[in-house]
Write a protein that binds this ligand. Structure first.
Ligand code: F6P
Length: 553
């Protein structure tokens, strides 16, 4: 642990921070969104930023021009742009792991030059993409066959965290673009039921396993991969040679891949400068590439790149990830908001918020700064949400009338991408009407006078009043194409970056997941072998004993 960098006051002591605190207090009682729009109707057009195909409307936020200017001053004081440029240059901004943070290199054009330790990484990125494309084409065309000569019809991705959530989310998101002749399954949980359900109706002779693990040491993945290999060999008569035709690996660790028994020729590489939660546009996306084809995958990478370039070059006041990050800071640090909801109005984005949970919470769930000092400011929010309109009939009640402030992002599309019947196509307007109505109700609420004017009995008026002033961002795009998905993911990646930069935390390590892993290994022998675990705390020892007893009943 050391002091903040020489000459830099702690975040909360900076004049730009205290100016925001004063602004928040001075503005109390805060003008509500009704008043803000009445005084400045132009904000509906002014507080909109366009990036690629995304139209990002942040007019329904509890901010004025002054708030935004003060937030930008905070970002400037925290040198967000300096850290951003260092990231894009390949500097080792992941300080606790002494690593570069270069997921942006995964979507750089072929002729770009991005150096890590003096070596240009872009040719390697494209070599792997080309190898993935060749393999994906062979599987899609039926040229790659299994051990018995049958063509591959099922692809099972085995991975967890970043090696699962990204490809699983993107596969769902881009389903209309997938080869419907192929079946895709994603196995992550060490609960044996996950693998069991994934393979129970599959023919091993037609099944390809993609073992996705950056480290190739993750216990869940290696355990599932080992069980998958047994399932395969049992189904194919036990010939070990079958493994080469039915298993490929996505990893940074060739040695461990070989040790597992997968031919390293069937390994698709990535590098330690790609964080797990930032990896699905690397080799980790192989299952997705097989599903949608290499051209669509490249379109998705182009979408990522559009937002990378915007983040790098757009002026601060029109920089979407910067603005979204700062708005989150406004609520988390100056309004005591604890969580952030992401509410996609698209069935295909059913896994998007779960994906963002790892991206955001594993990145910014930190309580020491980059120098190791405890922080005395709030860091990353709890991220949650599910697709609309389902959430409206579940938890929106709490957002509308509960006691918590929950900033939310709505994501919607002008038209569906899939081939729907006219009747189903018409439902899209209803879906979007709900999105717009929710944003409106959350922002402007319903006053007691308005409720009374409807003839509601007086005793019910408080129950039927909506206070409004719930801030939302509305992200609109034409359709959920591969490029648009890439744009959306990059938007959130950089938003998370901005917040971590302002909070002066290392957004790229994840030491917090280690302790549980170590303890699980220590406890496991007590369950499997009945061994004594020295030093086990009384509560956990009692749970273990109860489990052992119940297991025998
Ligand atoms: O949960 C910790 C973590 O290291 C994540 O960051 C990562 O995405 C996941 O485990 C899987 O790791 P690996 O790809 O090395 O198996």
């Amino acid at each position: 642990m050391s002091d903040s960098p020489a000459g830099t006051p702690r975040l909360t002591l900076r004049p730009e921070w205290t100016a925001l605190e004063d602004h928040r207090k001075d503005a109390l009682p805060q003008p509500g969104l009704r008043e803000l729009f009445a005084a400045d109707p132009g904000r509906a057009e002014r507080y909109v930023v366009h990036v690629g195909d995304l139209r990002i409307d942040y007019s329904k936020h509890l901010v004025t021009d002054e708030t935004l200017a003060l937030l930008q001053e905070l970002a400037a004081a925290a040198d967000v742009s300096g850290l951003r440029d260092a990231m894009f240059r390949g500097e080792k901004i992941n300080v606790t792991e002494d690593r570069a943070v270069l997921h942006t290199a995964l979507r750089a054009p072929r002729d770009a030059v991005i150096e890590v330790d003096g070596e240009n990484v872009v040719p390697d990125v494209h070599a792997v993409l080309d190898k993935m494309a060749a393999f994906a084409d062979r599987v899609r065309s039926g040229e790659w066959t299994g051990h018995t000569g049958k063509r591959i019809r099922n692809v099972v991705n085995i991975g967890i965290g970043g090696s699962d959530l990204g490809p699983a989310m993107a596969y769902e998101a881009l389903r209309p673009f997938t080869d419907r002749e192929l079946t895709f399954r994603f196995v992550s949980n060490v609960d044996g039921s996950d693998l069991h359900e994934a393979v129970r109706d599959l023919d091993p002779a037609e099944t390809l396993f993609i073992v996705a693990s950056k480290t190739f040491t993750t216990i869940e993945t290696i355990t599932n991969a080992t069980s998958a290999r047994s399932w395969l060999l049992d189904g194919l008569g036990g010939d070990e040679k079958a493994v080469a035709k039915h298993f490929v690996a996505l990893s940074t660790n060739a040695e461990k891949v070989a040790g597992f028994g997968i031919d390293v020729d069937n390994m698709f590489e990535f590098w330690d400068w790609v964080g797990g939660r930032y990896s699905y546009d690397s080799a980790i996306g192989l299952s997705l590439m097989i599903a949608i084809g290499p051209d669509r995958f490249r379109e998705m990478l182009d979408g990522f790149r559009i937002v990378d370039e915007h983040f790098r070059n757009a002026p601060a006041e029109a920089n979407a990830p910067l603005i979204m990050g700062l708005l989150g800071i406004w609520y988390g640090n100056f309004h005591d908001a604890q969580s952030h909801a992401v509410l996609p109005y698209s069935h295909y984005l059913s896994k998007f918020t779960a994906y963002l949970q790892q991206l955001d919470m594993e990145s910014n769930g930190k309580s020491v700064d980059r120098e190791g000092n405890p922080v005395d400011w709030q860091t990353g929010p709890v991220v949650w949400g599910t697709p609309g309109t389902n959430g409206q009939h579940a938890y929106y009640q709490l957002i509308h009338q509960g006691t918590k402030l929950i900033p939310a992002d709505f994501i919607g599309f002008a038209r569906p991408v899939d081939e729907l019947s006219d009747e189903l196509k018409a439902q899209h307007d209803l879906l979007m009407a709900n999105l717009f109505a929710q944003g409106q109700a959350l922002a402007f609420g319903k006053t007691a006078e308005e409720v009374r004017a409807e003839g509601v009995p007086e005793e019910q008026v408080p129950h039927r009043t909506f206070r409004g002033n719930h801030p939302t961002t509305t992200i609109l795009a034409t359709a959920l194409t591969p490029s648009v998905l890439g744009q959306l993911v990059a938007l959130y990646e950089h938003k998370v970056f901005v917040q971590g930069a302002v909070w002066n935390i290392d957004s790229f390590d994840q030491w917090g997941v280690e302790l549980g892993k170590v303890l699980a290994k220590r406890v496991e022998p007590a369950l499997t072998e009945g061994a004594d675990v020295p030093g086990l705390d009384p509560s956990t020892a009692a749970l273990v004993a109860a489990y052992r007893t119940l297991r025998e009943v």
